[in-house]
Design a protein around this ligand. Structure first.
Ligand code: FNR
Length: 350
């Protein structure tokens, strides 16, 4: 029985990777395109002057970019985690692992996550759990990875579309609060691709969560992935749920918004999307599906080169808007169009 449940969980991890990559190849448009930065034709700096390093909640980084939570928990995903960690180590990216429940239930699976620390010994790494675990289990996840921060994912839509998913959520907030009190690293609460809205963010701020990751719609779509895994098509119509990362970023500019540090992720396709997130105040930007899909088609060396291009181009785009660091970038005006503009007006954003 236990064996069957394990095989089922491992299969789920492998299927998530398979469907995420398949889905990625079909993505074309993005609401990031309704955001525009203004070109500065006479910038007052050189490329070499740009420094995008930063610090938030004691986490220090050279470049505000991280590989977001994806995987671990099966032999296939151990290999992937190892490769992603090699890329992160060579390029100085921060990195999260996927949900660590498997390692907490089955100690022999811990290596499928801790391989990331092995390959990225000095990296800023994020452990990852759901809001269901106890503070003791949360601390265990942190210890397995020797993590610098703990991501707690909140994924109601995914759980509900998943046949075998959870149906009980009323304890989540208290649980997150208890984890925050007892775990010895900063807490990041993240969605998995449906966005974090104002009321949610205020609840999280009130229990002293350190950082939120907006993790909006527009990239990997877990409603579609879980619907594909069900194979009964019952949620076929459900493909536009949640708020995009661009919407979440615009809403957070509202003067009624709480002031707390935020990361942006979800549907970030290229360095320009990343810079738009930073201009809208994100402390750092996460990529998941896009790097996974690249790594599936290329080797580690090529993926390292690809990340180096991202880093270089992020700096180049910073020059184009005359911003030599993150605080200057946050002052760069961002123009919105279309539905995104309408959304901003509805949220009271000037
Ligand atoms: C994910 N994501 C995810 N998030 C999380 O908090 N815990 C997890 O275990 C997973 N697992 C996972 C597997 C795979 C294969 C993918 C592609 C993604 C969600 C991820 O961290 C991110 O929030 C979303 O994928 C949206 O970002 P992208 O993919 O659009 O950049």
């Amino acid at each position: 029985m236990k064996m069957d449940a394990n095989i089922e969980r491992q299969r789920r991890k492998d299927e998530h990777v398979y469907f995420a990559v398949a889905q990625h190849q079909t993505k074309t448009t993005s609401q990031f395109d309704e955001l525009e930065l203004i070109n500065d034709a006479v910038p007052m700096l050189n490329l070499a002057d740009v420094d995008l390093s930063g610090e938030v909640a004691g986490l220090e980084f050279e470049i505000p970019l991280y590989i977001n939570a994806m995987t671990g928990g099966s032999p296939h995903t151990e290999k992937l985690n190892g490769q992603l960690a090699e890329v992160a180590a060579a390029t100085g990216l921060m990195m999260a692992v996927g949900s660590m429940h498997a390692a907490i239930r089955e100690p022999e699976l811990a290596s499928t996550y801790s391989i990331v620390r092995e390959k990225h010994p000095n990296g800023v790494l994020f452990a990852n759990i759901s809001a269901d675990l106890t503070p003791e289990q949360a601390q265990k996840a942190v210890d397995i990875l020797q993590a610098d921060a703990l991501q707690i994912h909140v994924n109601v839509a995914q759980e509900l579309v998943m046949k075998e998913g959870s149906r009980e959520f009323d304890h989540w907030l208290d649980n997150i609060a208890a984890i925050k009190e007892q775990v010895d690293v900063p807490i990041i609460v993240k969605e998995v691709g449906f966005g974090l809205a104002r009321k949610t963010i205020m609840r999280l701020r009130d229990i002293n969560v350190d950082i939120i990751d907006l993790a909006g719609k527009g990239g990997t779509d877990f409603a579609r992935i879980e619907n594909a895994r069900r194979r009964d098509g019952k949620w076929d119509y459900f493909n536009d749920w949640g708020q995009t990362t661009a919407q979440s970023l615009i809403a957070i500019q509202s003067p009624n918004y709480v002031n707390m540090p935020y990361f942006a992720s979800g549907g970030v396709r290229h360095p320009l999307d990343a810079i738009k997130c930073l201009a809208l105040g994100a402390e750092a930007v996460g990529i998941a599906g896009v790097i996974l899909a690249y790594l599936k088609e290329h080797d580690v060396e090529e993926t390292i080169e690809w990340v180096e291009t991202w880093k270089e181009q992020m700096k180049m785009i910073a020059v184009m808007v005359n911003a030599k660091n993150l605080s200057k970038l946050r002052k760069v005006p961002v123009i919105t169009y279309g539905r995104l503009k309408e959304w901003g007006e509805l949220r009271g954003v000037k």
